[in-house]
Design a protein around this ligand. Structure first.
Ligand code: NDP
Length: 397
């Protein structure tokens, strides 16, 4: 029925390739393209299906992208390379008449800052072209928006407080490693904290606000308030929200390494001269850190990501907690990738499936919470991510 082009052959690309291959009735032809062809070939071999073809592409180069899109003529691009490529891929999709989906919002390479405005600016062009662009369709962002939309649709008359809680209680056995692209990850977690309260953004120092939160099947873990991209779209699309925050767990060992990395200048995005050559410290750091795609084999434990929501139902205050837990070992057994890649790749496949089958097809540029959450929620457990609800519980927040 649909031809899909996956761009990016990292941990998430590996999961997406496995997952689209598992739905042959929807995705009839699959092309996996990335900067390094050998990584695409290794994934195609691991998937074991002769339906995954491979290609080399530099997605920073619009002309290369357009040539690839014109020759393969996909119905949709699932972009799981890096956020730096969001705009070039969106433009190439517009030029060739292809739907678009990604899992992380655009950031300029030289400014460690993410905002939706660059991508939202393409709304009219996608609408006029009759094309759908689905932004941030991983777990968080992605499922976090779907969970919020589902809660607002089925369990509340008004939602007032939203706390997205993200715990990785897994252990990969390395002193320091990041669970997805180190450059993007370190840029994200070293930013100032930011949350929404009473109609305005409140900024904090990095990791200034923290408290233990109890995660299902895991127990209490110190959780840190950080800024995360879906807060921007969720407060826009749910204007009844009086407060919206994002919490992520970090171990002491991770935070100590992070502090040292920052103190010695290795988290910097500013180019420096080294032996006559310009290098960007954080890119050099990425080259020496463990490849996140290699962590899966020894990863034990699980992730737990969910939304804790407070609001009003039938005139009474109500609390609600919806979450998914995902075991690293199970993710690795099925796809050869750890749970952080798995929980990102599965929603990306589901979003693409809903787009090409017409359920999430709407000309324009949209975040996940703007679509009907029900078909997405039905598909999540069928493709490896069961979810659970708790009503009227102590949210701790
Ligand atoms: P990786 O770094 O493991 O993989 C990225 C892949 O993209 C690599 O194969 C890389 O190629 C390729 N790539 C990078 N630049 C280009 C380019 N210019 N042209 C073509 N290919 C390129 O990252 P992950 O798989 O861990 O993450 C993928 C995306 O998912 C990221 O954007 C990340 O932010 C996002 N993400 C979203 C989450 C969510 O819940 N929403 C959670 C986790 C991640 P090469 O091998 O040559 O370097």
């Amino acid at each position: 029925m649909a031809k899909v082009l996956i761009i990016g052959a990292g941990g998430v690309g590996r999961v997406v390739a496995h997952k689209v291959s598992s739905v042959p009735e929807v995705f009839t032809e699959i092309l996996l393209a990335s900067r390094t062809l050998s990584k695409c070939e290794a994934i195609a071999k691991a998937v074991g299906s002769d339906r995954v073809n491979t290609a080399q592409v530099n997605a920073d180069d619009r002309h290369q992208l357009i040539a690839l899109l014109k020759s393969f003529r996909p119905d949709i691009v699932i972009h799981v390379a890096l956020p730096y490529q969001d705009l070039t891929i969106m433009e190439a999709c517009l030029e060739t008449g292809v739907h678009y989906l990604d899992t992380a919002n655009y950031e300029p390479p030289d400014v460690p800052k993410f905002e939706y405005r660059w991508q939202w600016a393409y709304h009219d062009q996608f609408r006029q072209a009759g094309l759908t662009a689905i932004l941030g369709c991983g777990f968080d962002p992605g499922v976090s928006g779907v969970f919020t939309a589902y809660a607002a649709k089925h369990h509340f008359d008004e939602i007032h407080c939203l706390d997205i809680v993200d715990c990785n209680a897994g252990d990969h056995g390395k002193p320091f490693a990041t669970n997805f692209n180190p450059e993007i990850n370190i840029r994200e977690v070293t930013q100032k904290g930011k949350y929404w309260e009473n109609g305005k953004w409140i900024e904090t120092e990095p990791h200034q606000i923290h408290q233990p939160l109890t995660y299902p099947n895991i127990g209490p873990r110190e959780s840190y308030l950080i800024y995360h991209e879906e807060l921007e779209s969720l407060v826009k699309h749910f204007p009844t929200l009086k407060r919206a925050r994002f919490w992520m767990t970090f171990g002491q060992e991770y935070l100590t390494h992070l502090r040292v990395i920052q103190n010695i200048g290795m988290a910097s995005v500013k180019p420096i001269l080294y032996e006559g050559r310009e290098i960007v410290p954080i890119q050099f750091l990425k080259a020496v850190l463990p490849d996140p795609a290699s962590l899966g084999e020894h990863y034990a434990g699980e992730t737990s990501i969910g939304c804790r929501i407070r609001g009003i139902r039938n005139g009474k205050e109500k609390t609600y907690y919806i979450y998914n837990n995902c075991r690293h070992q199970d993710a690795f057994k099925e796809t050869g990738a750890q749970a952080v890649s798995y929980t990102t790749g599965v929603p990306a496949m589901i979003g693409a499936m809903l787009c090409v089958t017409g359920k999430w097809k709407a000309p324009g540029v949209y975040n996940t919470e703007e679509f009907d959450p029900d078909p997405f929620m039905e598909l999540l457990p069928l493709h490896g991510l069961p979810w659970h609800e708790l009503h009227d519980v102590d949210l701790e927040l």
